[in-house]
Design a protein around this ligand. Sequence first.
Ligand code: ATP
Length: 319
Amino acid sequence: MLRKIGVLTSGGDSPGMNAAIRAVTRTAISNGIEVVGIRDGYKGLIEGSFIPFEKRSVSEIMSRGGTILGSARLPEFKEEAVVNKAVDKLKENGIDALVVIGGDGTYRGADSLTKHGVNCIALPGTIDNDIQGTDYTIGFDTALNTIVDCVDKLKDTSSSHHRCSVVEVMGNRCGDLAIYSGISCGAEILITPETGYDEEAVLEKLKYLENQGKNHAIVIVSEKVCDVNDLASKVSKVTGFAGRATILGHIQRGGSPTPNDRVLASRMGCKAVDLLIQGIGGQCVAIRNNEIISMSIEECVNMSRKSKKEFYRLFDKLV
Ligand code: ATP
């Protein structure tokens, strides 16, 4: 019998997490299930930082970025003793099941809780779109909109000044933000974990584009693949463009979620509670071909990443 569930957000925050918290809370309460919000991810869970939620506790949060529950990183959650502490806290407080919203690390924590007997559902809350098995994660669309808005503005000024803007976007280990924004903004070059980095080839391509009469260029780079400041100064030295680096940074995590993210988060939050009501745990919620589905968390964290080859081919055709 499901009487009380907990909901938490963990890892890096993403726009739309609040819409997911709201959907979980309202779906549960309308089914007669109590809800507690857990502050600051797994850290708040082991500390017992619980807030009893009512329907109105989640009013007016839909349009807010970030997460009203706060988020934190707790590397020790990999340790057996720490997970046992979390299990004890849930038991002490009569919490029968848990919904966690976060990225890959959060999923691994949920997998560990599942293996310790906790009914757990995970929702993909991360701007990077790096969770396997789902077409989109909550927050990706909003972050993409932010990037496109910024790159469009950079493009206006770079074409007035014969510049090459080298723009670093987020997406550690996953180039989706880069490829989607690259196509959307008509960028000239992409450097992502999927393409790898060949400095000489990048500089040669810029020289070629310049010879073709281009008066500006945009290079989109996924974080940690290369040093954008270093690349921009080489562009200035070796090509006729003035290279300028821009690191978009945490601005990509903020802002009011797009309607697409709000709807996705609402659908996923509702699905999480439906699964728990059916007595199903150890699953993560995903969207595939616009259908909300679920799959095993363990299977999800062990899946290898599929490269978006079709998107890269399209990008190449359009330059
Ligand atoms: P983002 O994609 O935005 O970085 P994330 O959920 O991947 O989000 P992490 O910091 O990797 O962010 O993970 C969040 C938390 O999940 C960690 O602080 C830790 O408490 C827990 N966690 C991460 N990896 C594991 C693991 N292998 N086993 C158990 N718990 C884990």
